[in-house]
Design a binder for this molecule. Structure first.
Ligand code: SF4
Ligand code: SF4
Length: 346
């Protein structure tokens, strides 16, 4: 991310005003992959008619105009399967004067569609930091096996190189490697197979969640912490812009070794998860919604007894607990000294 100052200003402003500054919005639950570590793809296989209930463009504008966000992450499913993705970004930007960071994770299955959409987003908006992350789980053989789609690795690699050639002051592409027991020992091979190095990679861990419909204890063994430890040992640390990812991955290693993260999570207060039908959750992990933004205002949803119960549950560490990048970065930002101490002590 190259225009960090605009993001820092925007987030600091929101924190000062005690406003939410980040929303992770699943634009669709359509997905053309068949991953072993996530069951989102099953949603429309099982109930295809639900797709027609996804938010429309005017509804998206009406919902986002109730926030004043600094950071929006458009996830899925596979976000580039939504053919109005560029219009969605424009609608969100129009009602978000302080929007400074847009992140879009992709499985890389639609190289030409994703390249054109990214180009249009850069041309048609003025967002200062746009980051696309392309998933990679292993070498070609393992990646296609874990994603359940022959030929997906080749497409993801093609997209990564297309987007790398478009990098500029406002735009970066990164690889996202998700550790699980299924890809033990493949971190280095995966990165090299894309012709990338560790500075171009973000690492995360497969998580159990309401959103992914998975169970953590099925996803990991001690190899997951070892892979993160290898990443931490190999990752460059001299760039101040990577301090948050350094703290995140140090704490991820501890989390996978069984040490809970000793920070107060800010989800449900500074950041939220919005599902494709307009239902607002504190985060991608908790199954308890505040309610529907199709049916009620943000103000009302956050003022009621239900909201108060959710916030107390999080504050009292009675939520499921997690350490995913979707949620952890905000918590690090708002607990920076404690995060540094927790990451740097044994
Ligand atoms: S991890 Fe991503 S690509 Fe895989 S099934 Fe889930 S949403 Fe689809
Ligand atoms: S720790 Fe995880 S599960 Fe708990 S509120 Fe935060 S993001 Fe959600």
């Amino acid at each position: 991310m190259k225009n960090l100052h605009s993001l820092v200003y925007s987030v600091a402003r929101a924190m000062y005003r005690q406003d939410p500054y980040k929303v992770t919005y699943a634009v669709t639950y359509q997905c053309n992959a068949r991953c072993k570590i996530c069951n989102i793809w099953k949603k429309y296989v099982q109930v295809p008619q639900k797709k027609a209930e996804e938010l429309t463009l005017p509804e998206i504008g009406a919902i986002f105009s109730q926030f004043d966000l600094s950071w929006v992450s458009l996830t899925g499913g596979e976000p580039f399967l939504r053919d109005d993705l560029v219009d969605i970004v424009s609608a969100i930007e129009e009602c978000s004067p302080h929007l400074s960071l847009l992140t879009i994770p992709t499985n890389g299955s639609l190289p030409e569609t994703a390249r054109r959409a990214t180009e249009s987003i850069l041309e048609e908006t003025r967002i200062q930091n746009v980051v696309v992350t392309v998933s990679v789980d292993g070498d070609e053989l393992l990646h296609d096996e874990l994603r359940g789609v022959p030929g997906l690795w080749k497409k993801a690699r093609t997209l990564y190189h297309m987007l790398s050639s478009m990098e500029n002051d406002r735009f970066s592409v990164l690889l996202e490697f998700t550790v699980s027991k299924h890809n033990a020992g493949y971190l280095d091979r995966a990165i090299r197979s894309f012709g990338a190095d560790y500075s171009q990679v973000v690492i995360t861990a497969a998580h159990s969640s309401y959103f992914y419909r998975t169970e953590l204890h099925h996803l990991h063994n001690s190899s997951s912490a070892q892979q993160v430890s290898q990443f931490n040992a190999s990752c460059p640390r001299y760039d101040p812009r990577s301090i948050l990812s350094f703290l995140y991955t140090r704490l991820l290693e501890k989390y996978l070794k069984g040490t809970p993260v000793p920070l107060h999570c800010v989800s449900g207060r500074s950041s939220f998860f919005l599902d494709p039908y307009g239902v607002l959750y504190p985060c991608i992990t908790m199954e308890t919604p505040f309610g529907s933004l199709r049916e009620d205002s943000l103000h009302n949803l956050l003022k009621g007894e239900r909201a108060s119960a959710i916030i107390h549950r999080i504050r009292d560490h009675k939520c499921p607990g997690c350490w995913t990048p979707c949620e952890a970065y905000q918590t690090i930002v708002e607990n920076l000294p404690r995060a540094v101490i927790a990451a740097c002590t044994r």
